[in-house]
Design a protein around this ligand. Structure first.
Ligand SMILES: Cc1cc2nc3c(=O)[nH]c(=O)nc-3n(C[C@H](O)[C@H](O)[C@H](O)COP(=O)(O)OP(=O)(O)OC[C@H]3O[C@@H](n4cnc5c(N)ncnc54)[C@H](O)[C@@H]3O)c2cc1C
Length: 380
């Protein structure tokens, strides 16, 4: 699939940035579990943190293909940075862009889209993951304020975030999805506690947090969009978000493949580079083929999204296939490195750990198959 001139230009720009700024620190932020604020500051200057948000709302006004290419190129070098940006744009900027009223957009979008403020999105809870509609967090109207109680789990960027979108029940029901609404809150307000979850397997430069709400008072006007539409909103958000996680998986697969390609041409056994052995060469061929297929799915979903098509199945297919491909490719990349691949001396080990997240976040692979099969069967 040919890229537009704009997407090609974005690829070159982000690749240069990733090579110069991310590659030197990727292993360190993984090892130290350190949020790379310096990379955020540099991406802010490049206008990468509001790439899909229209210029009049403070962003760069680019299309979803440019966004996918951006995430792909970041992930090719550093999965943590790709996740930070994907969560910020797809899960924090987009809900306000799509569902915010004019005053919410005016207040919250420019600082997010410029990158002055990092955004986060709290949907999952300890007992509501794949079944995110089972949320237990509640918001009760008291005068002109909502009073929120509950806890969100696994929230990317929450520790750095000054704008968190989250879902809560506003109707007093204990099940069903029609009383779920979305809210905007600054996690620094009284009653919100952000507890980082340390020791993750991968994407360790990104923060993942529990967010606890204890009698948190939120102004009535910070309910995002219409009450009771939170469930519908997050389904739409995830359809778009899955393209970005697919793009992240694609970049990780590409990065691991390139490492394997280089290593197998340098490493010699039995008096020749191991790439000369057909078993190795065929593994590289299989990697390149699967990556190309994943790239087509991710870019195609991005183009269809911008064309206003129904992308429920397309985005789930892109995310499912690309994430499983990233897992497969990075596993094979370790295999082709032999014992060296099993150490932190080579980046394939980190890429494999980062790739695992893409089969879980924003809906597991099983949930993607559920979504795709429902679309296929309902569409008959
Ligand atoms: C690093 C990281 C970052 C994250 N960032 C965010 C974030 O920013 N915001 C946010 O809201 N959430 C975030 N999440 C949460 C993530 O979206 C959930 O972990 C994911 O949706 C799975 O939910 P769960 O962990 O509760 O697993 P569960 O839902 O308990 O799933 C456990 C297993 O059961 C399977 N399963 C469950 N239901 C079905 C079914 N119906 N059919 C078949 N199999 C099923 C799953 O596929 C999985 O294999 C993040 C998670 C991680 C690990």
């Amino acid at each position: 699939m040919h890229l537009t001139d704009e997407a090609q230009m974005v690829r070159e720009m982000v690749r240069g940035f990733a090579e110069n700024e991310l590659r030197p620190i990727a292993a360190e932020i993984d090892r130290e579990e350190r949020f790379p604020q310096e990379s955020i500051d540099k991406m802010r200057e490049l206008g990468l943190l509001g790439i899909t948000i229209p210029e009049e709302e403070g962003g760069s006004g680019m299309d979803t293909l440019c966004y996918a290419v951006t995430i792909e190129e970041l992930a090719r070098v550093c999965g943590s940075t790709a996740l930070i940006v994907a969560a910020h744009i797809s899960l924090a900027c987009q809900p306000i862009h799509l569902f915010g009223n004019p005053s919410q957009k005016e207040k919250y979008l420019p600082p997010l889209a410029s990158g002055d403020v990092v955004g986060s999105y709290g949907l999952s809870e300890a007992d509501a993951g794949s079944d995110a509609g089972a949320t237990k967090t509640t918001a009760r109207l008291d005068g002109d304020e909502w009073v929120v109680n509950g806890a969100k789990m696994w929230i990317t960027n929450a520790l750095q975030s000054r704008t968190l979108i989250f879902t809560a029940r506003t109707g007093g029901e204990v099940e069903g999805t029609r009383d779920i609404s979305s809210f905007i809150v600054d996690p620094a307000v009284d009653g919100v506690t952000v507890n980082p979850i340390m020791g993750k397997l991968g994407v360790r430069g990104s923060t993942t947090c529990e967010v606890v709400f204890e009698d948190v008072r939120i102004p009535a006007e910070d309910l995002l969009g219409e009450p009771g539409l939170g469930f519908k909103q997050f389904l739409t958000i995830l359809d778009g978000g899955r393209i970005s996680i697919g793009a992240m998986a694609l970049g990780l697969a590409q990065g691991a493949y390139e490492e394997a390609l280089r290593f197998t041409q340098e490493r010699e056994q039995f008096g020749r580079p191991i790439s000369k052995f057909q078993a190795v060469a065929f593994m590289l061929a299989e990697m390149a083929t699967r990556i190309k297929a994943a790239r087509h799915l991710v870019y195609d979903a991005a183009v269809r999204k911008d064309a206003g098509e129904n992308i429920i199945a397309d985005s789930a297919m892109a995310k499912y296939y690309a994430s499983e491909t990233a897992q497969w490719v990075s596993t094979k990349a370790i295999q082709l490195h032999g014992g060296y691949g099993y150490t932190k001396e080579y980046p394939v080990e980190r890429m494999w750990r980062d790739a695992k997240l893409t089969t879980i976040g924003e809906g597991t692979s099983e949930i993607q198959l559920l979504v795709i099969s429902r679309e296929i069967l309902n569409g008959q």
